[in-house]
Design a protein. Structure first.
Length: 174
């Protein structure tokens, strides 16, 4: 009987260990030290490529442009749109943090770059507004680029948040 219980216990542990799934770790996209550097000089978020071009387009889906502040970690989701049957070669994608000096973030997101875009489910960045530039090239040799802001909220003190919420309801916390 004792041997049977031991065998059952071992089998249960084996199943539990075999089915355990560890959560994916967040990707440190920007370090606090990098965030403390001065912003790039002459930063212009409205800068686009000049002239008529059928080059690839970069669409920022998340964080949504104009969507306000996000919490870190957040989903960084960019979609690449091409024309005339061209494709984007992931090896031509460049992601740059616009600081002085500029910081190349491409290797940090390399595993999440695909021909149709970039999808990093847990990008971790410090609080503040961060400016990023993405550059791509399609199979026809045409270029595309986009500059966008990532506003990350400052972590609120949980006690202060609860007190503020209670006060807004006309109640006080002890």
């Amino acid at each position: 009987m004792r041997v049977m219980r031991s065998a059952v216990a071992i089998a249960i542990r084996a199943v539990a260990i075999g089915t355990a799934v560890e959560p994916a770790a967040a990707v440190e996209l920007i370090t606090p030290r990098e965030a403390a550097l001065p912003n790039a000089v002459g930063l212009n978020l409205n800068r686009a490529l000049r002239g008529v071009t059928r080059g690839p387009k970069i669409v920022v889906l998340s964080p949504a442009p104009g969507g306000g502040q996000v919490r870190s970690p957040f989903n960084l989701l960019l979609r690449f749109e091409t024309h005339g049957g061209a494709t984007v070669d992931p090896a031509t994608v460049s992601l740059t943090y616009l600081k002085q000096p500029a910081i190349n973030l491409t290797q940090r997101v390399g595993d999440w770059i695909r021909p149709d875009g970039i999808d990093v489910s847990d990008a971790e960045v410090p609080p503040g507004t961060h400016y990023l530039r993405v550059e791509i090239r399609d199979s026809a040799g045409r270029s595309g680029a986009a500059v966008f802001a990532v506003p990350v909220e400052t972590e609120a003190d949980p006690i202060s948040s609860l007190q503020s919420a209670a006060a807004s309801r006309g109640r006080a916390l002890p």
